[in-house]
Design a binder for this molecule. Structure first.
Ligand code: ZN
Ligand code: ZN
Length: 259
């Protein structure tokens, strides 16, 4: 892909590989704009993210690699930030980065995408879980803190699908994303999960087209070999939905690129 803005590093404690190995793989895959967006520090679920002390090192490494590889690729600096009211930290939200991805990984403290806590899906009404999730996405859009919505329908990860129509459940969140002028990422990591499809699903892609919302791309790689591993699947979707432009960010300014 021309752009890949969602990639992790081992600083988050659940990814592997050196940062320059990610960059080399990205060059190999002919990516033009490659962004690191590791899990930002937060006083919550601290073992799955970098620490505040790591920020300086992380940002410095990204800039160092940007300089070293500037002839071959444009490296960008970002964070993936959990949308968790009361936990989002100014040091991250106001960091001098190219972009911030906002993601929902927790509902009332429940890490719903963690296989350890999968049992909880059976304790709750599935439609309520989905509604709660998309309410969180809507509030995230409203918060105005982010540039990109990460894996917009992550709640489908284990294939617990709602009885209600997904388009109905997601519709208010999509409208808010449009109002807030956020970009939605097409995230390829869904292909390695039980759901085995792109985030977002085709239903939500139809809403995105309908509302003319800008898109971008992310591998959500947690090791170098995952970078653009599923790009053929993504390319089929791009053709099917006739997407022709994607967004890239520099210093939190958006630019649309034809691909
Ligand atoms: Zn992760
Ligand atoms: Zn994520």
């Amino acid at each position: 892909m021309i752009i890949d803005l969602h990639n992790h590093t081992k600083l988050c404690n659940h990814a592997s590989g050196e940062m320059d190995e990610y960059v080399k793989e990205a060059i190999e895959k002919e990516i033009k704009y490659f962004g690191f967006s590791d899990h930002a520090p937060m006083e919550f679920d601290k073992e799955y993210r970098m620490s505040f002390n790591d920020m300086r090192f992380y940002e410095g490494e990204v800039k160092r690699l940007k300089d070293i590889y500037k002839k071959d690729i444009e490296i960008l600096l970002g964070y993936e930030v959990d949308y968790l009211p009361n936990y989002m930290d100014e040091r991250v939200i106001n960091a001098k980065v190219d972009y911030l991805i906002g993601s929902v990984h927790f509902l009332d403290g429940w890490g719903f995408d963690n296989p350890e806590f999968i049992g909880e899906y059976k304790n709750r009404d599935i439609d309520k879980i989905w509604e709660e999730y998309f309410d969180a996405i809507k509030s995230m859009a409203k918060s105005g803190k982010f540039d990109i919505v990460g894996h917009i329908d992550l709640i489908k990860v284990f294939k617990y699908l709602p009885k209600k129509e997904i388009k109905v459940i997601a519709s208010e969140a999509i409208k808010e994303i449009k109002r807030a002028n956020l970009v939605v990422e097409l995230n390829m990591a869904g292909y390695k999960k039980p759901i085995n499809e792109l985030y977002p699903s085709k239903d939500i892609l139809e809403l995105i087209k309908e509302h003319d919302i800008d898109i971008t791309f992310g591998s959500d790689a947690h090791k170098p070999s995952e970078i653009c591993k599923y790009e053929d699947n993504l390319k089929d979707i791009l053709k099917e939905f006739d997407f022709t432009k994607c967004a890239v960010f520099k210093d939190r300014d958006r630019e649309l690129i034809n691909f």
